[in-house]
Design a protein around this ligand. Sequence first.
Ligand SMILES: Cc1ncc(C[n+]2csc(CCOP(=O)(O)OP(=O)(O)O)c2C)c(N)n1
Ligand SMILES: [Mg+2]
Length: 273
Amino acid sequence: MNLQQKSWQIRKDIVTLIHHAGGGHIGGDMSVTDILVTLYYKHMNCSPENISDPNRDRFVLSKGHCVEALYCVLADKGFFPKSDLDHYSAFRSKYIGHPSRKVNGVEMSSGSLGHGLPVSVGMALAGKKDNAPYRVYTVMGDGELAEGSVWEGVMAGGHFKLDNLTAFVDRNRLQISGSTEDVMTQDSQEERWAAFGWHVISVPGNDTDALDRAIEEAKNTKGKPTVIIANTTKGFGVSFMENKAVWHHKSVSDEDYEKAIRELEQRGAAVHE
Ligand SMILES: Cc1ncc(C[n+]2csc(CCOP(=O)(O)OP(=O)(O)O)c2C)c(N)n1
Ligand SMILES: [Mg+2]
């Protein structure tokens, strides 16, 4: 199965999980899926076998509300049995609506926006001090960038020249209550990050080939951290969810579930090996 096919499979898992659980952050899950798939299935040296190895690569989902996408990937990779997700969002389950370190494979409990990058900077700086070979990856939402703490992390990442750190901005141009440009202007992301000393790559963010090349470029970039501005579509892959703020967090009716799965199956079937 290639990366694109894996993305369509994970999206079906996400829709199924949220349909079963009665709600979830489906729009942002669908926009971030290709980033997670490209990292976990191609680039990151991180698996159930080496999760306790100090030299494993680290991943932090700073936009923690999109936990469903992360949990579907971690389950598919074998960090825990897929059947554990039958209890997602259930009373007393450790599989709650934001990443928890109680779950195997989760490096940082997150969900309070604005903290993933600063913590990732700390992880990357520790790696430099220890002369360790691991790399650190984090994904933020574009709405999340309105948090001031993000920019302390950007400043420190540039200052310490953390070339073992790669940040992604899931640039879907929507946040909880509408367009990012209405809530808090973001443009130009590229100029802002570059001004803080980061190497900036801007890509179509639902394209696994483009993401693959960008991550490779980040690995080869020395002397500065890299940010990949992933220009995504919120709700990507399900026509009636795409670019609709209302699908930021929502339950999935039986009818919507059937329609969504049908569309995702068609999209997956259209991918060539
Ligand atoms: C500190 C903090 N403030 C507010 C929220 C509530 N909240 C959850 S998701 C969200 C919008 C995030 O938008 P964005 O970062 O663009 O994520 P995406 O579009 O990828 O879902 C907000 C404001 C939060 N989780 N944390
Ligand atoms: Mg967004």
